[in-house]
Design a protein around this ligand. Sequence first.
Ligand code: NAI
Length: 484
Amino acid sequence: MTKIAVAKGDGIGPEIMDAVLDIFKAAKVPLTYEFVDMGKWVFDKGYSNGMTPEAQATIESLGILFKGPMETPKGKGVKSVNVTARKTWNTYANKRTFQTLHGVDTVFSKAGIPIDITIVRENIEDTYGGVEHMLTHDVALSRRFITRPGSEQVIRYAFEMARKKKATRITCGHKANIMKITDGLFLEVFYEVAKDYPDLKADDVIVDDLCMKLVSRPDLFDVVVLTNLQGDIVSDLCAGLVGGLGFAPSANIGDHISIFEAVHGTAPDIAGKNIANPTALLLSGFGMLRHLGLMEAAAMIENALLYTLESGVHTGDFGSKATPSLNTTEFAAAIIANFGKQPANNPKPLLEDKEVTPTIFKLEKNPMLESKEHGVEYINGVDMFIESNEQPNVVAEKCLQHTLELFKLVTISNRGTQVWPKGSSFTNLVNQYACRFESVGDVPLTQTDIIELYKRLAKDFKICSTELLNTWGDKKAYSLAQGQ
Ligand code: NAI
């Protein structure tokens, strides 16, 4: 029997987890469970990452974590245990499936428009690194990491999954028209990977247009892959299309460790009342069973769930107000009572193609993901982010005084908009400028040259941050200021 780690979580977590494990037990699912300590009460005991070292060791040795929602204590310095778990164990792909569930009324189900969308969201990078700084009292900066190997991991997973799902279309959602370097890289990797999957129709849609199309014609989408923040928003939008958070499962897939959980949180407003809807966690459980190759058990229980929903049985958060709602335990019992029944719509075949189960092994060192592409690389300038509440021409004058013969001051921008040498007096300013220095004649610079410039500018300005301007071959590896 396969052993997995289980963390019941906070709020409604223990109630819905008990309901799901009761269903698994009744179905004789061949799993054993090791319960681990994670969540708010673990933070409260003084473990700053929200899990005990024993919990971490157990999860790393078993490779599968089935978890209830967990509360992140509010306050400085404490990071979400959910995000920490996904990042620490490199569960790089967040897969969320959204399907029409008969018995769960939505505008689309009433209109007879079927939905079967899988969102694959990058799970590690983007602004979710949470690398943020106040540059001045007025200006906060967040770093957005989009990496080539990180993008490739999640995009390749999405294509493999799309093939297994027998999807016909895979779409990349992005904002590469604005964020040309970060989203541009994600989109570039998408089309590179697409070349290995000629059987799948690969296309891309700008994320705002994607949202509009998803709410008007959701039936046109199959698999959609997105960066972290955009994927987070779009997947909640899709949850709304199929009936809300109570029906949104989530799988965090990595090469070694995978985490299965519901999308929703701890629902503190209904915790302890035994009225929460366990469906999202149960659907997440099906993803886990299939991931472990337990296809028959997953299909049998899923058919019972679909039959139960079709019969009009419901918890308090959905369904007809004309029929009384069941509590969490009663809802689980109703599903168990329907084992062996076939739903009228979309019954799941008991014999499905098995998904590949990842190999779990102990890693001796941290894997280094590095792409093989290196062009001829040199530094040809620097952006100096300085604090100043003076006018752009005054900032420029001071910069020019300190510019060594190696550097030329090319542009000054404020919040990404050029304000010097050209600009408009209608541009509102904040007290932080980016001053761009490039090498005269595109001569390669050294870091010592940059430090020399830094020392000189520091006589007049507080330098909040610096960013090297790299050139690879003839490609400038940085964006232009708006208006430059
Ligand atoms: P929430 O998802 O817990 O609740 C939003 C609304 O949906 C509430 O009205 C709640 O009663 C309802 N709801 C959620 N799940 C339900 C269910 N299974 N059955 C019936 N109704 C349900 O979101 P909220 O209130 O923003 O977050 C509460 C806490 O959960 C926070 O501490 C947050 O950090 C945490 N959280 C944890 C997540 C995780 O563990 N993966 C994900 C999202 C939030």
